[in-house]
Design a protein around this ligand. Structure first.
Ligand SMILES: Nc1ncnc2c1ncn2[C@@H]1O[C@H](COP(=O)(O)OP(=O)(O)OP(=O)(O)O)[C@@H](O)[C@H]1O
Ligand SMILES: [Mg+2]
Length: 247
């Protein structure tokens, strides 16, 4: 089996006449912590939208876990294990974190319309939900209304909800955005502790977080992937400094 869990092959994308990618050959290895960096408007979010199936590429292919998923719906990709964080919407805001995680677990188990069962029958799933919340420091908030939680905790809950689906690849678009420097480090430290089989592909503007937590970095700019290399080599690359780091 290929080492790559996610690949794009010669992927083209444009919005009308605005070319975003001329031809991206990207590869994410199993278990890697992989950062995407690049200037505003480089196409980083568009890349995630293509990979998850929210957008369709003009040409090229997307492969996930050994299969060509280019024509698959976003739901099919989630089922296969390609999961992004979803922003907590108004539904989740009205629930408490335990209820939200239970919904995600039931969805994963193919029980999105749960029949009435006793709490005792649901104990394994409740235990799993509480363990996930505990891992992200949210066990004490399990019964609080999500809307009333601090912003940083709501962002953590988004990660927990994605992880409840047992992803092979977790996609994160600026998980530390809007958080303090310390909270940002806390989120990434928790992600770094996750089991090694979950690959994480994250977009991040904070270079301290990128260089501390990524095994490998892809640099997007002006319609292409400029470089894919170790954090050390990316930091040392004159080309990257020119297009992005501005130093
Ligand atoms: N649905 C859309 N329709 C038209 N143009 C779009 C659409 N989505 C994005 N764009 C344009 O595509 C380009 C890439 O946008 P994208 O959001 O992917 O950049 P980004 O690298 O994520 O930037 P940032 O760092 O600011 O988040 C931008 O010029 C943006 O205006
Ligand atoms: Mg973006």
């Amino acid at each position: 089996m290929s080492e790559a869990v996610l690949e794009t092959k010669n992927m083209h994308m444009a919005f009308g006449g605005l070319v975003i990618f001329e031809a991206i050959d990207f590869s994410l290895r199993r278990g890697d912590r992989h950062a995407i960096i690049g200037p505003n408007g480089a196409g980083k979010t568009t890349f995630i939208n293509l990979v998850t199936g929210l957008l369709k590429p003009r040409a090229g292919e997307i492969w996930f876990d050994g299969r060509n998923v280019t024509q698959d719906t976003p739901q099919q990709r989630v089922k296969a294990g390609l999961v992004r964080t979803f922003q907590i919407n108004s539904l989740f805001k009205a629930l408490n974190p335990l209820e939200s995680v239970m919904l995600a677990l039931l969805e994963r188990e193919g029980r999105s319309k749960p029949s009435l069962r006793t709490v005792a029958q649901e104990k394994p799933l409740i235990d799993e939900a509480m363990a996930l919340l505990d891992r992200f420091g949210l066990a004490g908030d399990a019964f609080s209304i999500t809307d009333a939680l601090a912003y940083g905790k709501q962002r953590l809950l988004e990660v927990v909800l994605a992880l409840a689906l047992k992803p092979k690849v977790l996609l994160l678009d600026e998980p530390a955005a809007g958080l303090s420097t310390q909270q940002g480090h806390e989120v990434f430290a928790k992600l770094a502790d996750l089991p090694g089989e979950t690959a994480i592909l994250f977009i991040e503007h904070d270079m301290n977080l990128v260089f501390q937590y990524a095994d490998i970095v892809s640099v997007f700019a002006a319609g292409s992937m400029v470089l894919q290399d170790t954090p050390e080599n990316v930091r040392a690359s004159p080309r990257v400094r020119e297009v992005y780091l501005g130093a």
